[in-house]
Design a protein around this ligand. Sequence first.
Ligand code: HEM
Length: 130
Amino acid sequence: MAKISSVLNTGFFSSALTSVSYNSPVKLPQTDPEERVINLDEVSWHDNPNDCWIIIYDRVYNITDFLDEHPGGGDILLEYAGRDASVAFRGSGHSQQALRALDRFLVGELPMHERIFRKPGGYHLSDIPE
Ligand code: HEM
């Protein structure tokens, strides 16, 4: 036993043992939602009332907690669960307030090659009829 502890208390083992703390919180990588790239395939998996993502103007939003709050109702949002809702969003004449309300649900944005609007030569919002 003395032999084992003398080995553990030296060199690599002692520094490894003293640096491990099981009480410290696990640090997950923090990624700014604006910087998180999410492709169409991943969005399409979030297509139900318990896990609902939509895309508006190339940005991805997790609106699961918003379904019951939406003034236009949750059902209409679920029609776009897992897909692009830009034209529907624009077409239902949302206010600037509604546009700002999107911010709190942002989880990421599409890769450049899957975007429609926010890319060089992409559509402008004014191209979509209100
Ligand atoms: C996460 C995305 C959305 C947010 C944050 C949002 C937010 C809002 C807000 C705040 C209003 C109240 C009126 C206003 O301020 O414009 C509203 C109304 C409405 N929204 Fe949305 N909306 C979203 C997506 C959609 C989508 C995809 C549709 C699909 C067509 C839709 C359809 C409507 C309709 C029809 C109304 C009018 C309800 C009424 O006046 O009775 N919304 N929305």
